[in-house]
Design a protein around this ligand. Structure first.
Ligand SMILES: *Cc1c(COP(=O)(O)O)cnc(C)c1O
Length: 421
């Protein structure tokens, strides 16, 4: 069982009186109880979500939340930072050791903030950047017109091959030669396969571009040795500490010594103010967990579960993108079962299976995107993946008895309580 299998109260001795909130603000206490029940009642299959350990939640609920700590350890703009410094030093040391990086910045508030800081360190407004197009799996920060990235930089999109669904390296190289970008971004919110970082490095070197790897999704698998490490190839790796890595909601940047100073200044003071020190402490806890043999085993089980689930869904008629997965993440077009992505998400939600819709690179239909990080944390394995695949198919049938499917999904989830009983 993963580190979450305990019935310890989420705050432990480090946080506030667990009943204080209920006494003072029953309205919000009810909301939090409802959310806890929701998380336990169904199958949490959103690819970007996971269950953090009680230790991570304890750090998040700790009194470091009260502390202002602008700057970096040993050079703060506030007094009283000795414990904040210790927390951040541990987080940085652990991140560097975990990923084999010279330097880590653990202050980025989110994955998007980490990408913003990487651009701020490497680019000027108006520069050209090559990144995966949003319809093909790029993130908002990879050039969406609704995001700062699309407003401040000239993004050139690359895509995936229509037949295979795989990154089209010939197209990436041709676009790089034609547009001479200052940076190339690889990373995606929905690409289920390993990215060939050596190939991207080679293309970036040919045109003199920096390589930014936005590894928000796979970084947890990297920590457990279940996916290739982008650190040796990238100028900067951006990531989140939630998702498969199973830490607190937050961002992370990894780079070599030569960019360390620029990355740190790009986070603070350029794009952020005071760091969230409770989150930084929780990141340190998560990096500590991720360095254990149990986490290594977890990440390999996450991938094995996703592979099996993808295979079973393909056999049930789902058009699984790229025919399977190398990671925790699966995208599929449910059209062969007679439903589009939005209808599928709604029917699955009614049955207690929580997934996302996603863009499909070709055509104007929507697909569904989901992953195995959370259910694997709960302790589910092959038998449960078989059952989940069948629940998908049952829930999507037009004449589905969603009450019966819902009851089965709830019973399955109930056998694997994420925080014990
Ligand atoms: C999740 C994700 C992000 C953003 O993370 P937030 O914490 O939501 O800002 C950025 N890039 C990629 C590729 C992601 O998957």
């Amino acid at each position: 069982m993963p580190a979450t299998g305990t019935d310890q109260a989420p705050h432990g001795p480090y946080g506030p009186d667990p009943d204080a909130l209920r006494r003072q603000d029953p309205q919000i206490a009810d909301v939090l109880d409802g959310e806890a029940r929701r998380q336990e009642d169904g199958l949490q299959l959103i690819a970007a979500e996971n269950f953090t350990s009680p230790a991570v939640l304890a750090a998040l609920g700790s009194r470091l939340a009260n502390k202002y700590a602008e700057g970096y350890p040993g050079r703060r703009h506030h007094g009283g930072c000795e414990y904040a410094d210790a927390a951040e030093r541990l987080a940085v040391e652990r991140a560097c050791a975990l990923f084999g990086a010279d330097h880590a910045n653990v202050q980025a508030h989110s994955g998007s903030s980490a990408v913003l800081a990487a651009y701020a360190a490497l680019l000027r407004p108006g520069d050209t950047v090559l990144a995966m197009g949003l319809a093909h799996g790029g993130h908002l920060t990879h050039g969406s017109p609704a995001n700062f990235s699309g407003r401040w930089f000239e993004f050139v999109p690359y895509g995936v091959d229509a037949e295979s669904g795989l990154v089209d390296h010939h197209q990436v190289r041709a676009l790089a030669r034609r547009h001479r970008p200052k940076a190339i971004v690889c990373g995606s919110i929905s690409y289920p396969r390993h990215i060939d970082y050596a190939e991207f490095r080679d293309i970036a070197d040919e045109v003199g571009a920096a390589l930014v790897v936005d590894a928000a999704h796979p970084i947890g698998l990297v920590a457990g040795g279940a996916a290739p490490n982008p650190v040796p190839y990238a100028d900067v790796v951006c990531a989140t500490t939630h998702k498969v890595l199973r830490g607190p909601r937050g961002g992370l940047l990894l780079c070599g010594d030569e960019l360390a100073e620029r990355i740190d200044r790009a986070v603070f003071p350029f794009t952020q103010g005071g760091a969230q020190m409770h989150t930084v402490a929780a990141k340190a806890v998560a990096f500590g967990e991720a360095a254990t043999p149990a986490f290594r085993q977890y990440t390999h089980q996450v991938v094995a579960n996703a592979r099996l689930l993808a295979e079973r869904l393909a056999a049930l008629g789902f058009a699984v993108t790229t025919g399977g997965t190398d990671t925790h993440l699966i995208t599929a077009d449910p059209a062969p079962l007679g439903v589009d992505g939005r209808t599928a998400r709604a029917r699955l939600a009614a049955a207690g299976l929580v997934v996302d819709v996603c863009a499909l690179p070709y055509g104007d239909g929507r697909g569904i995107r989901f992953g195995t990080a959370a259910v694997t944390t709960q302790g589910m394995g092959a038998a449960e993946m078989e059952q989940i695949a069948r629940l998908f198919a049952d829930a999507l049938r037009e004449d589905a008895d969603s009450g019966a499917v819902r009851a089965e999904a709830r019973a399955l989830a109930g056998r694997f309580p994420p925080y014990g009983r």
